[in-house]
Design a protein around this ligand. Sequence first.
Ligand code: FNR
Length: 381
Amino acid sequence: MTALDRAASIADLRRLARRRLPRSIFEFIDGGAGDERTLRDNADHLAALRLMPRVGVDVAARSAAVDIVGRRSALPLVLAPTGLAGLFWPGGEMAAARAAQAAGISFCLSTNSVASIEEVAAAVPGVDRWFQLYFLKDEALMDRMLARAAASGYRVLCLTLDLAVQGRRDRDIRNAFTVPLRPRLKTVLEVALRPAWLAGFLRAPVRFGNFEADAPQTGFSSMAQHVAKLCDASANWGTIARVAAKWHGPVVIKGVLAPDDARRAVDLGAAAVIVSNHGGRQLDHVPSAAAALPGVVEAVAGRAQVLLDGGVRRGTDVIKAKALGADACMIGRPFLWGLAAAGEPGVARTLSIFAEEIAIAQALLGRPDFAAIDRSVLSDL
Ligand code: FNR
């Protein structure tokens, strides 16, 4: 039995990731903005909710399949867009996309991926692909990215709205985290302690694959510098409407917490609103995703789907999000920990842990049909 087989929970996968990654890279995944209050709240607020089981229900046949933005998904999960997956495992984006396909769920590629739009599409043509776009200062470059995503068969456009500038992430500042990694003595020592990661890193170059042809990156930049150089802090609802109109397919709007913003996103034609604070990585002290969810669900009033991300670590968290009105969840760190621990089988393990936890919870809660779960599954006790 391998360490991966013995990983019983998402927290166990996190421990395996920590053992394999150089410290500054592990902390880039793990960390959040400022005091990490919102980061902790995301998980804590979901964990604090209680569920009331109902017994005497036939739960022999159970399903967690749901429709997400017009497509049947085997689980109520989508792999969230995350930059630099290829830094955590060689070919990380492809590995995650393959695991998503095998589990019957969708994969969202980040603007800041290592593998390009085309590389992922060519390597994993069968996965339902979403492309996440940041608003770029260079509108022509943004148009080219959109055209490339459409030409490569990405079905859904995910516009992330909560990154006008990058949040101040204390751990990355302390670690002087840059792309590529700057060979400081501290980094060299960290990397020397992680030979398995280093061997993979030497096989696969790390760069921002979607920018390569348009804006070759030279030198070492922090993620904050990368964002400041490329992202358009002046983007407003007019920009959002203009960019959304360029996409011939469903558009989802990610990074919404305020009910009025959710309403605007739906007015603009969004197929789904993703309640998210970017995993606590942008502004600290904003509400947790779970706390913000009910207000958004009320504002959206069934006119679009609502997804939640941030702090989803257990199958019961997915059920709690559903109870609060989310149609499905995105997961970020949970799949990155699996990826960093063991590549594609690691992400497969993340997804099988969630699948089993959801199935067992549905059985023991007396809720065989995930899609029918509502507030009545929550307990005040
Ligand atoms: C992210 N996230 C993110 N979001 C986005 O829209 N574009 C991106 O490029 C990234 N990059 C990124 C990198 C890393 C390392 C992490 C951990 C997160 C945010 C991500 O999509 C999602 O909102 C959160 O990860 C959800 O919270 P959990 O599941 O990590 O708690």
